[in-house]
Design a binder for this molecule. Structure first.
Ligand SMILES: Nc1ncnc2c1ncn2[C@@H]1O[C@H](COP(=O)(O)OP(=O)(O)O)[C@@H](O)[C@H]1O
Ligand SMILES: [Mg+2]
Length: 209
């Protein structure tokens, strides 16, 4: 870790009507760090992810990423700057193959100037990392639950992020499957990606962060 943290959430408050979901939350994450975030259902974890990724705008406080204030940027602008997140409930494009699901964000990340063959090669590399290479030409509907979780993380990776936020990617998986996703997150971190992992599974959080 060196220099300014890659992410600085400062005094963020998010309200839904009169309900305060985030009450002056501050957190800083260093470059390359692995941060675990735990808390009961409804405690505001996904709301924090939504504020960082730009789905929600906080009423108060600020979010800095890679040295710039991103508090009011749109989600796609933050994606461009290197923030990616996976959703708690996987959201693949159901009518596209697993490979195509990665090519869409990759083409966006490379601003469309990269040759198709390079995009496909990079998509295949990301799929291989998650052990999904053999499923490249199948539709998401044919995937198992753990494969869908890994596809969700792979889709986030296809945005070429420097920060990946994994929102409960392990919920409902078996012990061995949890280890499988855990090692994928470790592998991504080893490639230099800063990772925030939100989980209920203490064993996984303790191992990771
Ligand atoms: N878009 C929304 N509109 C209204 N209330 C919301 C919205 N999103 C989350 N909440 C509420 O904010 C609280 C925190 O939710 P959430 O961030 O999803 O918790 P967690 O991810 O920790 O389970 C919950 O009480 C939830 O009902
Ligand atoms: Mg949540």
């Amino acid at each position: 870790m060196s220099g300014e943290p890659i992410l600085v959430v400062a005094d963020v408050t998010k309200r839904f009507g009169g309900f305060v979901a985030l009450d002056h939350i501050s957190v800083a994450v260093g470059r390359g760090e692995r941060l675990g975030l735990i808390g009961p259902n409804g405690s505001g974890k996904s709301t924090l992810v939504n504020c960082i990724s730009g789905v929600l705008t906080p009423e108060d406080g600020s979010i800095r990423f890679a040295g710039a204030d991103v508090t009011r940027l749109a989600p796609h602008q933050r994606t461009r700057r290197g923030i990616a997140r996976s959703f708690q409930i996987p959201r693949p494009f159901t009518s596209m193959t697993v490979l195509e699901n990665l090519c869409i964000p990759l083409e966006y990340a490379t601003k469309g100037w990269t040759q198709r063959s390079k995009v496909v090669a990079e998509a295949e590399e990301i799929l291989a990392l998650g052990g999904l290479a053999a499923k490249a030409h199948q539709l998401p509907a044919s995937l198992t639950q753990i494969e869908l979780r890994k596809l969700e993380l792979a889709r986030a990776m296809a945005a070429r992020p420097s920060l990946l936020i994994s929102d409960e990617a392990m919920a409902g998986l078996s012990g061995a499957e949890v280890d499988d996703v855990l090692s994928l997150l470790f592998a991504l971190n080893a490639r230099g990606i800063t990772i925030i992992m939100i989980e209920h599974i203490m064993r996984a959080v303790m191992a990771f962060s």
